[in-house]
Design a protein around this ligand. Sequence first.
Ligand SMILES: *Cc1c(COP(=O)(O)O)cnc(C)c1O
Length: 431
Amino acid sequence: MNTKNSEALFERAKKVAPGGVHSPVRGFRGVGGTPVFIDSAKGSRLKDVDGNEYIDFCMSWGPLLFGHQDPEIGEAVKTALTRGWSYGAAERYSLEFAEDLIQAVPSLEQIRFVNSGTEAVMSALRVARGFTRRDMVLKFDGCYHGHVDSLLVRAGSGLAEMASPDSAGVSAKTASETLVCPLDDEAALEAMFTAHGKDIACAIIEPLPANNGLLLQRDAFLQKLAALCKQHGALLIFDEVISGFRVALGGMAEITKIKPDLVTYGKIIGGGFPVGAYGGRKELMSQVAPAGPVYQAGTLSANPVAMSAGHAMLKKIIRENPYAALEKTNQWFGGEMAKLAEALPFKSHIQSFGSIFWMVCNTQETIRRIEQIPAAQKPLYAKMFHGFLDQGVYFAPSGYEVGFLSTAHTRNDLERVLEAAKKVFQEMGKH
Ligand SMILES: *Cc1c(COP(=O)(O)O)cnc(C)c1O
């Protein structure tokens, strides 16, 4: 495969941006090699600057439920553009979108649009602290909530529950306002709430953790978390930036029947445009400025072009209800991949949920916590990734990231991927 142009662009990019990219995983550090530079995309396909085509399972990290350049979303965006693209004033695009979202998702009574998932999370934490007048936030090891300082932390080594910074530039003081619990462990949760319950403003969790592989949680664990929050007067925030509109219209809240106090959204809610949102009970959302004392603002928030894209996406989801068909396809695809993977010289399996999948190397154990991920995941996945890339299949460039199916992936696409898998796995089996 010729990647000359990508290589040249990467050399230039490294001069003007840290690591040559504007978000870390794009830099291929997790798999090695030179990132392919994308020139265009349509449906299930990416095309790079050397003219190579790939069947894409990254799908912009989840937003593209209907594939690249969905025509309905494209039309909505083009129409919006003819009217102007930013007003900095009240407009009807966000109103109409908000009305339909609130009607679609039972736990939403009010919503505020922002520009990214990170902003949504940051703002939801502020609402929780403002409302409860408590300072501590509980998060779970293995969940990602964007690059909010107080959540870029991991479990500390000394005092079990005290968090330590997980990035340079996050102060120990900021980290000290975050508590960290393991996933999948009711006893640890119980102990945490017994020790700190009265200080916890909120617990935030990805109800379907999908940023360190796909860490499938037992229903009993999520139910226990909801019960403990209620018992101790802490708010429960579901971070549904990935799972929202991906696994069901009402996200994991609908599937688990748990009613979170606040929900954060990103990714799909913008249909591929930069949109985030947070929302929940009116009692909580009425704390937000200008209605209440919790300040939060955004110059480009509720951008009419992005609102039109998100709204078109929502309308299409409601009309087509794609979830059952996507899940069925994902189950079939995962099953076929697992059969072919028997040719590999190590154990492996696929964990999946809805239209999300994750290829796990070197174990057949169900992974629910980050420390269960085998150390060999990174090098083995990297090999697999490059094998597939050479065959024209683009999986996420990191063994800790999941894959996404879209409605644009045809049976024919998936059969081509299975053909590629046969070759890649057999080749890896020889070494
Ligand atoms: C992607 C993600 C975020 C951050 O969203 P950005 O738009 O990248 O800021 C937050 N939470 C979860 C669960 C995510 O997957």
